[in-house]
Each structure stands twice: as structure tokens, then as C-alpha cells.
Design a binder for this molecule. Structure first.
Ligand code: SAH
Length: 255
């Protein structure tokens, strides 16, 4: 069944108004009509069934008929601080990270970041990335919409992370492959932590100076083994491993 994230102002009483791309999708791609059902995720994170009561060429009015009791959100809030990547790799990371359950993605400008975005273009790109996150969240049946922020500098990210107080990991291809930098060990030590921030570098990696300032700020430097991955591979692998290790699944949900 199609599934849409709804903004607070789309709901009036028990009805929801769908316009824009979502209306186009329901009416002209899926060809739904009066009496057809679809799912909505409302701002408090509840999932409901809505039934179409009226259609216009560019909008749909639907009645909210049933609230579902389920939650697909992970028990851990994972924030991915990801250096911006060239071409299709950044959208790829956003899509996969959202499917894997991240709560937020913060695009970073680092010393070796190739793409340079600021001002109007950064804001425009952020809206595009947020759209990708929205589609991925709808597709993977998330109950909340992960945010993709506007790009910030690495140094700003470090101070934000420090004030946020969550544990943090800097993934570095140059970190020693030894017990000190073992992801397995670091994640075991985090145990039942509810928040984690992870940092992944650009195509050329973090500079030694960046790694040093990250460690000084309190991030733990870890590696993903002796093979050097492309940044997008490392990001997806890091999200999957952290989620696997930290998410507490209810025993009845484990098949
Ligand atoms: N030539 C670069 C490689 C960068 S790989 C260098 O020598 O550092 C791009 C990013 O992917 C890195 O900044 C890191 O965050 C991540 N990465 C790639 N392979 C990794 C590994 N084996 N362990 C940890 N992080 C890795």
C-alpha cells in the first residue's frame, strides 16, 4: 500500500489533504481514486490508513480511518556526519542510511571535500537531499522522517557533536588495525547507548590534522578492517554495523 509522510498543516480533524508531488503520485502514477486506501505517517509518528473521499486534478482529500499499532523506528538514534561526496554517491549514501535507520544526516565540508557548496546552492541541494530521504523513509516504512541538514564545516560539526553529548566515532581508513581502534570493542563498550554519532570522510579521507582535532574533541577513531573502502561503501557499512550492534529488537520481533 502506498505510504506518505504528512505535515501537521495537512490534517484537519479526521481528514488529510494531499497536494503537490504526493497527489500526482497517488492520482497519476498509482491511479488511485475515491474509495481507495493508502497509508499515512502523521507528525506524532503514528501510522494510519486513509481512504480517498474526493479527488481534484492536483489534490486528494482522504478520511483517516484507522490507526495502526506498530513501530519500525530503531531504539538507537544514529547521526551520520558525512563529508559531501561527488556525483551520485552522496544521494546514494542518504538513501541507504535512511533505509538502515539513521535519525539524521549532517553533510560536512572538510579539507579534502571536492564539492563546494554554500549559500543559495547549499540550501537548494539540501532540499533535494531531504526529498531523497523522504522517499527512502516512505519506501522503507519508517515512522519518522530523518532530517538532512545544510552542509556545515568539520570544525563546526565537532563542536556541535561535543555539545550534543552523544558518543562519537570517527571512521578512518588510516587508523591502526589493532584492538584500540576496533569497532567491535568500541560498540561493545557503548552497550545500551541510545545515541551515537558517526563521522565518515570524503573520497580522499580526513587529513591527519582533522583526525587529530576529532580525537582531541573526544571522538573515538576506529577502522573497518585493513581494506580501504570508498567513502560511500564505508558509510553504508558503518551504519549497518552500528545499527546491528546497538538496536535492541524486541524478542518477539526477532524471527
Ligand atoms: N585515501 C584515503 C581513503 C579514504 S576512504 C585515506 O587514505 O585516508 C574515505 C572514507 O571512508 C574515510 O575517510 C573513512 O571515513 C572511510 N573508510 C574507508 N575505508 C575505511 C576503513 N577500512 N576503516 C574505516 N573507515 C574507512
Amino acid at each position: 500500500m502506498p505510504r506518505l509522510f504528512i505535515e501537521p498543516d495537512q490534517i484537519q480533524e479526521h481528514q488529510v489533504v494531499i497536494g503537490g508531488d504526493d497527489a500526482h503520485y497517488l492520482l497519476h502514477v498509482l491511479r488511485l481514486t475515491v474509495g481507495d486506501n493508502f497509508q499515512i505517517v502523521v507528525p506524532n509518528g503514528n501510522e494510519c490508513t486513509a481512504i480517498i473521499v474526493k479527488t481534484r486534478p492536483q489534490s486528494v482529500l482522504a478520511e483517516i480511518v484507522e490507526k495502526h499499532a506498530r513501530n519500525t523506528e530503531p531504539t538507537v538514534q544514529l547521526t551520520l556526519y558525512q563529508a559531501m561526496l561527488k556525483g551520485k554517491n552522496f544521494p546514494l549514501v542518504i538513501e541507504k542510511a535512511v533505509e538502515l535507520g539513521v535519525a539524521a544526516i549532517v553533510p560536512l565540508r572538510t579539507h579534502r571535500t571536492v564539492i563546494r557548496l554554500s549559500g543559495h546552492r547549499a540550501a537548494q541541494r539540501q532540499r533535494h537531499w531531504q526529498k531523497i530521504a523522504r522517499q527512502a523513509a516512505q519506501q522503507s516504512e519508517r515512522m519518522t522522517l530523518p532530517s538532512v541538514r545544510e552542509p556545515i564545516d568539520f570544525s563546526q560539526a565537532l563542536s556541535e557533536w561535543q555539545s550534543d553529548g552523544s558518543p562519537g566515532i570517527l571512521f578512518s581508513a588510516r587508523a591502526a588495525v589493532d584492538a584500540d581502534c576496533s569497532l567491535r570493542r568500541v560498540l561493545k563498550e557503548l552497550g545500551s547507548s541510545r545515541h551515537l554519532s558517526i563521522f565518515i570522510g570524503p573520497e580522499g579521507g580526513f587529513t591527519a590534522q582533522e583526525a587529530e582535532s576529532a580525537i582531541t574533541a573526544g571522538l573515538q577513531e576506529v577502522n573497518l578492517g585493513p581494506r580501504i573502502m570508498r567513502a560511500e561503501t564505508a558509510a553504508i557499512a558503518a551504519c549497518a554495523i552500528c545499527m546491528y550492534e546497538l538496536e535492541q529488537l524486541d524478542p518477539v520481533d526477532v524471527k
